[in-house]
Design a binder for this molecule. Structure first.
Ligand code: T46
Length: 132
């Protein structure tokens, strides 16, 4: 399956690093929500769902983690370990996050506000809907 990578503008100077993400220009949607995930135990596994309509962009701005992406036909594993390169989490992609480094910080940009009704949290239900 095709992974959509998102190159992020990075400006570095002697005073540090700045990364900028613009909705529409750098990611293919207007940003309605930002959330970040941190302090994950190394053995934790998060995600384990797909979204019905919501599109998201995932960035690992510190440390490293793995994403499993599954469209119902194919699975791919992506290592995110660079704040300059994110990935798209498109609708109807089952995703799981795991193998978190101790310092891992994930930032997610979403095109809609939080809506629990947009989640498919049952893998059998996901496969049924994805294969329609
Ligand atoms: C996703 C992956 C990448 C809120 O109240 N507001 C929010 O905007 C979000 C994202 C979550 N929540 C609540 C819902 C749960 O009670 O925060 C709690 C933890 O959420 P969840 O267990 O879904 O977290 P993850 O890390 O498994 O999944 C999250 C996002 O929920 C999800 O949309 O795609 O990150």
């Amino acid at each position: 399956m095709e992974i959509k990578y998102l190159p992020i503008t990075h400006k570095q100077n002697a005073a540090g690093s700045l990364f900028a993400v613009e909705g529409i220009n750098d990611i293919p949607f207007a940003i309605a929500r930002v959330y970040y995930i941190l302090d994950m135990p190394i053995a934790a596994r998060r995600g384990k769902h797909a979204h019905i309509k919501i599109s998201q962009a995932a960035l690992c701005i510190r440390g490293a983690c793995k994403f499993l992406l599954d469209d119902g036909k194919e699975k791919a594993e992506v290592i995110l370990d660079n704040p300059s390169l994110g990935i798209m989490l498109e609708p109807m992609i089952w995703h799981e996050m795991y193998d978190f480094s101790k310092d891992c910080i994930i930032v997610i940009l979403a095109d809609a506000h939080y809506d629990e009704q947009d989640y498919i949290r049952d893998y059998t239900e996901f496969l049924h809907k994805a294969q329609k």
